[in-house]
Design a binder for this molecule. Structure first.
Ligand SMILES: [Zn+2]
Ligand SMILES: [Zn+2]
Length: 208
């Protein structure tokens, strides 16, 4: 199947992205790795370089037109009502996103862990792109019940830690439904859900 973009007069292939492949492409584009994403499409779907480039050019961040400043695109495979450009507009299929990571970083309270060494520690950020992007597929979440990523923690908030986020029963159910995981972050009894090892630069978080 082909889409047609009235803005650039190009035919665009409709690709059926499998979940893990979609996650890979999405993560590559978020990291600015456009050329790698084009090459992955060429390899996976046997597209010509030009066809793959055209797909990637129309692969936007969900909601935002890739061409103009319109940011209310609300359907997949949609023409922008403002500039007429075609947008793939696929939703990223994961609840592990920047919103969740930002929220979690604010909720980490090191003072209440009762360890002198880490008093005044804080978290300056959590990477929403995990070490291995396909860990975010639903089947892998169900199997591993964990996500491994990076976090920046310390007195200056700048030491790089490996962060292991363990998903409990509630978060697994919400994850399968693409719902927000924010309600699964405990709000008290920090010792029960934050486990930090400063010598190994490792932190483990247990969600509900
Ligand atoms: Zn176009
Ligand atoms: Zn537009």
């Amino acid at each position: 199947m082909l889409f047609y973009c009235k803005k650039c007069n190009n035919d665009i292939k409709k690709l059926n992205f499998q979940e893990e492949f979609h996650l890979e492409i999405w993560a590559m584009l978020r990291q600015g790795l456009k050329l790698f994403a084009i090459q992955r499409l060429v390899d996976e779907y046997k597209l010509s370089h030009k066809e793959a480039k055209t797909v990637i050019a129309h692969y936007n961040d969900y909601g935002k037109c890739h061409r103009c400043n319109y940011n209310h695109l609300d359907k997949e495979y949609i023409n922008c009502p403002q500039c007429n450009a075609f947008n793939y507009n696929l939703k990223p299929k994961t609840s592990f996103n920047t919103e969740f990571c930002t929220y979690l970083s604010f909720k980490l309270n090191f003072d209440d862990l009762g360890i002198d060494e880490i008093k005044a520690y804080w978290c300056d950020g959590i990477d929403s792109i995990p070490r291995n992007i396909i860990d975010l597929s639903k089947s892998n979440i169900l199997k591993n019940k964990s996500i491994i990523t990076k976090a920046w923690i310390g007195k200056s908030g700048q030491d790089e830690y490996e962060m292991e986020i363990l998903l409990g029963d509630e978060s697994i159910i919400l994850y399968e439904q693409n719902e927000s995981l924010i309600p699964c972050i405990p709000t008290s009894d920090f010792k029960d859900w934050i486990n930090i090892d400063t010598s190994r630069k490792h932190i483990q978080i247990q969600l509900k």
